[in-house]
Design a protein. Structure first.
Length: 190
């Protein structure tokens, strides 16, 4: 709001009021009731008052509209910032989950390689031990496959805002990896 213009209008209005107050008014000399016809100064004063009031109303309405527009703009910026923050938090959670699944996949791959190496190196063991090593290798491969499936699902779920990031393939991959390690450990004991 331009207060300088408002002050100028107010000063003009005050000056006109001071001029009209300084003019001496003659009291009516007759016994007749005074006429209600406004003098020229009163008319000027009323017009200036109306001009000042309309100027102030216009200024206040303009400022109110500007403030409302600024409020709407700030609300839109706040909403965008919250949405961006929510997406970033969701992306970071997905990245952490994908890294955990990659670690499970690497462990499954190492478990499969270790089981296959033990199967090749230990040829003179019983058929039960060979079966256990083959089972450990299969469980490790299944764990690796479940980890890849879970990674793919989470990558797809990141784009969907309403879908949770957790999948059943992640815990299954961990369970299969632990079972593979347990079976491989039992095969080493036999």
């Amino acid at each position: 709001m331009n207060f300088e213009k408002v002050f100028k209008v107010f000063d003009t209005f005050k000056s006109v009021l001071d001029v009209t107050k300084q003019e001496p008014k003659e009291p009516p000399k007759s016994d007749a009731p005074p006429t209600s016809a406004p003098s020229f100064a009163d008319q000027v004063e009323m017009r200036l008052t109306n001009v000042v009031i309309s100027a102030l109303k216009e200024a206040f309405n303009r400022d109110e509209a500007r403030l409302e527009l600024e409020r709407a703009h700030l609300e839109e910026q706040r909403r965008r910032a919250e949405e961006t923050l929510r997406r970033e938090v969701r992306k970071q959670a997905a990245d952490r989950e994908i890294n955990r699944l990659r670690l499970l996949g690497v462990a499954g791959m190492i478990g499969w390689i270790a089981s296959m190496l033990l199967l090749v190196i230990r040829r003179d063991v019983s058929h039960l031990t060979q079966g256990l090593l083959i089972a450990a290798a299969m469980l490790s491969l299944c764990s690796l496959g479940c980890a890849f499936i879970a990674q793919g699902r989470i990558s797809a779920y990141v784009m969907e805002n309403d879908h949770p990031l957790n999948t059943t393939a992640g815990p299954v991959a961990l369970s299969l990896l632990l079972a593979a390690l347990a079976v491989a450990a039992v095969s080493l004991l036999l």
